[in-house]
Design a protein around this ligand. Structure first.
Ligand SMILES: Cc1cc2nc3c(=O)[nH]c(=O)nc-3n(C[C@H](O)[C@H](O)[C@H](O)COP(=O)(O)OP(=O)(O)OC[C@H]3O[C@@H](n4cnc5c(N)ncnc54)[C@H](O)[C@@H]3O)c2cc1C
Length: 392
């Protein structure tokens, strides 16, 4: 009886929307509940690496991503003075990598996922506040007072997940020591195809062409946790902190609308080995929030979606087994990415001149083969396809 009830997905971000798309491809009914009153354009730029593009391919969206994304051909680290410390050609990382890493607007990816869903399955203004489990299914309680019955519940409700809180109780976030500003500048990129990170003393910037007329940038600065600011003063603050930085960075900031600069403290949670129980599980940031240092948060959420849909399709006789198989399959990889993203961020925070010199030397001396091997670990991962017989 419960098989006929839909899978309930709490949160229609990148991960929730990808899961709904994957489930619809294997013929499993689902419903998405999103707290926001409208699914408007939010976010800034987003890197989607080859593993994320491959996972999107398994849900029939890789071509769309190639249309909306700007290819990344090289990744380069530079010093505060603009000196190149390491440069990696995607071509050398893995076969196909030169054509399969992209930067795009988050809203374009989100829009592509939502456009690919069957009509009528997304409810907006629908905040999940709790759930009840029974032998026959689950009930999701919405803030409005409505109760929705489903066969399973997936918490895809992001960093501050309400589903996770009910499952595991309150857990503190882990602050990295840096806060991050993001924006999109209206100016043509000087060198297309290069994803650049410039590291200074306790601060760094990332620069990525988005298309012929726009550049996505981010700037991370050592700062106390939860420090408040006036959003309209952000541009002035960044211009002051990054005065004289190379690659025309201050000009990018000046060419970004003053009210369109986002800010987030960079936080994660340590890996947890148990994600869900019985008919409930977690996906994406709700399950494994990670620092964005390796650009893998959205990519791993999309991977989760494909693996979860596959496991539920394979375990059609008892989908609770599918949930546990999914958790087992995903826990190890996502824990490794949380760990590596955290480690990367430690050296990026260094402020003392001597420590920064050591970091720069290490970057210059690290063999390219080692850097490429690390990148391959992320990029070559393949979730595997959805079961052929059921793909729609
Ligand atoms: C500065 C920065 C840069 C980043 N850069 C990259 C990058 O380059 N590449 C990459 O792969 N990742 C990147 N990420 C990470 C990426 O944005 C996230 O990992 C990704 O968005 C996670 O997707 P999600 O669907 O799990 O969560 P979200 O995208 O946060 O979606 C959660 C959704 O659930 C909704 N919601 C929340 N609570 C409820 C509720 N109670 N009921 C109903 N709905 C609810 C929210 O409104 C939202 O729509 C970056 C993150 C940051 C902070």
């Amino acid at each position: 009886m419960t098989q006929a009830l839909p899978v309930l997905i709490c949160g229609a971000g990148i991960g929730g929307a990808a899961l709904a798309r994957a489930l619809s491809r294997v013929g499993i009914p689902c419903r998405l509940f999103e707290r926001a009153p409208v699914l408007h354009e939010v976010g800034s730029g987003l890197g989607v690496t080859m593993n994320g593009v491959r996972a999107l391919g398994h849900i029939g969206l890789d071509e769309r991503v190639r249309e909306i994304g700007a290819p990344i051909e090289h990744a380069e680290f530079s010093s505060r003075t603009g000196r190149s410390l390491s440069r990696t050609s995607m071509r050398d990382v893995a076969p196909g990598a030169a054509e399969s890493n992209f930067v795009m607007h988050r809203a374009d990816l989100h829009g592509a996922l939502l456009d690919a869903l069957p009509g009528g399955i997304v409810s907006t203004g629908a905040e999940g506040v709790g759930f009840d489990e029974g032998s026959e299914g689950v009930i999701l309680h919405l803030k409005s007072g409505l109760e929705v019955h489903g066969s399973m519940l997936v918490g895809a409700d992001g960093l501050h997940s309400a589903v996770r809180r009910q499952l595991h109780g309150p857990e503190p976030l882990r602050y990295s020591g840096q806060t991050c500003y993001r924006g999109i500048a209206r100016m043509p990129p000087v060198i297309p195809g290069v994803l650049r990170e410039v590291q200074g003393r306790g601060r760094r910037v990332g620069i990525c062409p988005l298309d012929r007329e726009r550049i996505y940038w981010w700037a991370a600065i050592n700062a106390p946790e939860d420090s408040r600011d006036d959003p309209l003063q952000r541009r002035a603050r960044i211009l002051e902190d990054f005065a004289g930085w190379p690659f025309d960075f201050p000009e990018m900031v000046r060419r970004t609308p003053v009210d369109a600069i986002l800010r987030n403290d960079l936080v994660d949670r340590g890996p947890r080995s148990r994600w869900g129980r019985d008919r409930v599980t977690l996906l994406g940031d709700a399950a494994h929030p990670m620092l964005p240092n390796l650009g893998q948060g959205a990519c791993t959420a999309i991977e989760d979606a494909v693996v979860l849909a596959r496991c539920l399709a394979v375990h059609a006789e008892d989908r609770r087994k599918g949930l546990r198989a999914y958790e087992r399959e995903r826990e190890q990889r996502t824990s490794a990415v949380i760990r590596d993203s955290w480690i990367f961020g430690v050296a990026a925070r260094w402020e003392r001149a001597g420590a920064v010199r050591i970091r720069e030397l290490a970057l210059r001396l690290t063999p390219g083969s080692l850097q490429r091997r690390q990148m391959r670990f992320y990029m070559e991962y393949d979730t595997g396809p959805l079961p052929v017989a059921s793909v729609r």
